[in-house]
Design a binder for this molecule. Sequence first.
Ligand SMILES: Nc1ncnc2c1ncn2[C@@H]1O[C@H](COP(=O)(O)OP(=O)(O)O)[C@@H](O)[C@H]1O
Ligand SMILES: [Mg+2]
Length: 405
Amino acid sequence: MSKHFDSKREAVSLINKAFLKDNISVPFEKKYNELEKKYKFLSERTKKLENVYRFHKGIVQNISSGIVTIDFSGNITFINHAALKAIEYSYDDLINQPVNQLFADLYEAEDILKDLLKNKNMFESREVNLVTKTNKIIPIGFSTSILQSNDSKFEGVILLFRDLTNLINFRRQMERMERLATLGEVSAGIAHEIRNPLAGIKTSAQVLEESFSPNDFRAQLVSRIVKEIDRSNELLKKFFKFAKPSRPQQEFVDIEKIIEGVHLLLVSRMKKKKIKFKSEYMPELPKVFVDESQLEQVIVNLMLNAMDSIDSSGEINVKTNLTEMSSVSDKSNEKEMVLVQIMDTGKGIKDEIIEKIFNPFFTTKNEGIGMGLAISSRLVEENGGRLEVKSEIKKGANFLLYLPI
Ligand SMILES: Nc1ncnc2c1ncn2[C@@H]1O[C@H](COP(=O)(O)OP(=O)(O)O)[C@@H](O)[C@H]1O
Ligand SMILES: [Mg+2]
């Protein structure tokens, strides 16, 4: 019923003409009314169906899980926004294309598809890696169900998946913290036991030192012993700070002030190394809720590392922002946090060691102790924040410090 009539009379006369030609006699007026009723009924139905369609489409497209449907030969027949966003493809890139190209491991993909399409074994939850258009690997968890047509014929499979990147990062972080905590407890005990004999050795050495004349080479040897003991004590002290950080005295502080304070502390050293310091503070940033002196210590550590990473001249950029931080994998449970980024143009961190840099005593420097990041990440956690790192070799490192507000 696409044609619209100007008036009912016009319509009736049209129908009259049409039927008269075939010599059929119908009560046209009645016929017209019937048709009009049907038209109204149908257009209402269509509207309702459109609403139902829009409603379902809305659900499928706005849900945060990825949805992909495939036919019985493994080609993609539908893919929703969340899925496209996760794997960075467009709809046209993928529609009617084989789904296996999305899996990081082709053999694994083959096994999965055989299970699904041939044996019709569905998965409740399975973890697998996908590869995005830009060749990034993303871990996902997925479940599947059979896609049936109205007459119950097997038409393919629905895959429902979630990006597990956040969850896996969180898991890793938890493992790291657990490892550090255990290590902290065990070694704090040992360190404590070492401190007492060290004190004894030091006193004896000092007595011995006094018994030689200052020019005696033995006096110099003994003085060396005392110095080395002091160094060991320093190490132990640092270690204690890590193993048993004092409880944070959290208050609302201005992060910009802290950064500027640390900058002032380091500015002459930066100048010596021809390092430019740039800052980009977000205006009207809310105060962060942290222990001021602990946070200062963290920023000093991060800045010192940034300075160490730069051989001759370079740049350190500090940027503050307000950001949403999702807890674990639950994106709906996002918290606002302040993000401080400390970026340098130094040598960057190799992929092989990036997992280790937060471990106590991990260092790549001749004079390094390897406690800076271990202590910093511990302190940040204690203050309810998070410390993460991104790095590209030769482009420098980017430390991301998330702080509660
Ligand atoms: N900004 C940075 N750029 C490059 N490498 C870094 C950076 N920050 C930390 N690292 C790496 O992490 C290691 C551990 O750092 P840290 O715990 O502070 O100990 P240390 O500075 O004593 O080596 C460093 O030895 C270095 O290899
Ligand atoms: Mg350091």
